[in-house]
Ligand binder design. Structure first.
Ligand code: HEM
Length: 139
C-alpha cells in the first residue's frame, strides 16, 4: 500500500489547477472566437439566454433549460478539439481491437482530434442527442 504524503497532495493540487486552468481558458477563448465569427449562432444563443434567464443572476439549474447554448459549447469543444491528443495510457492486459492484438503493457495515445472529426462518430453523437441543427452549430 502506498501512503500519500504532503508532497503528493501538493503535486495533485498543482495537477488539478494546471490541467483545469489551461483547458478552461483556451476553451473559453476558442468559444468566443467562434461566436465572433458566427454571429448568427451568437445571436440565437443570446436570444435563448434572454428568454430563459433575462436580467436575473443565472443558476446551475438554468443549464438544463438552455439546449442551444449547451449544444454550442459542446460543438465548440468538438470542432476546436483543444486537447487533440489524449494523455498516454497503458494496457493492463492483452486487448484485441478490430482484429489487431495490442499486447499488455502497450502505451496507447488516443487521437481525440481524429475521433472528433470522423463523420461516423459525429453522426452517431448527433443521432443520440438533441437535433442536427443545434449540435452542428458551426459545421
Ligand atoms: C474544456 C475543459 C477541459 C478539457 C477539454 C479537458 C480534457 C482532458 C483530457 C483529454 C484529459 C485526459 C483524460 C484521459 O487521460 O483519459 C483530462 C484529464 C484531466 N483533467 Fe481535464 N479537461 C478540461 C477541464 C478540466 C478541469 C476544469 C479540471 C480541474 C478542475 C481538469 C482536471 C483534469 C485532471 C486532474 C486530469 C487527469 C485525470 C487522470 O488522472 O487521469 N480538467 N482532461
Amino acid at each position: 500500500m502506498y501512503a500519500v504524503d504532503e508532497q503528493d497532495v501538493i503535486a495533485m493540487g498543482a495537477d488539478v489547477v494546471s490541467t483545469g486552468q489551461l483547458t478552461t481558458s483556451v476553451g473559453l477563448q476558442t468559444l468566443l472566437a467562434l461566436l465572433a465569427n458566427y454571429q448568427d449562432v451568437q445571436e440565437k444563443a443570446y436570444r435563448e439566454i434572454q428568454e430563459i434567464i433575462g436580467d436575473r443572476t443565472p443558476s446551475y439549474q438554468d443549464k438544463f433549460k438552455l439546449p442551444y447554448v449547451q449544444a454550442v459549447i459542446v460543438e465548440s469543444l468538438r470542432y476546436a478539439t483543444i486537447v487533440p491528443l489524449n494523455n498516454v495510457h497503458c494496457t493492463n492486459d492483452d486487448v484485441e481491437l478490430q482484429g489487431y492484438l495490442i499486447p499488455k503493457g502497450t502505451l496507447v495515445v488516443a487521437n481525440i482530434w481524429s475521433i472528433s472529426h470522423d463523420r461516423r462518430h459525429v453522426l452517431q453523437l448527433i443521432l443520440s442527442n438533441i437535433s442536427i441543427e443545434s449540435n452542428l452549430a458551426y459545421s
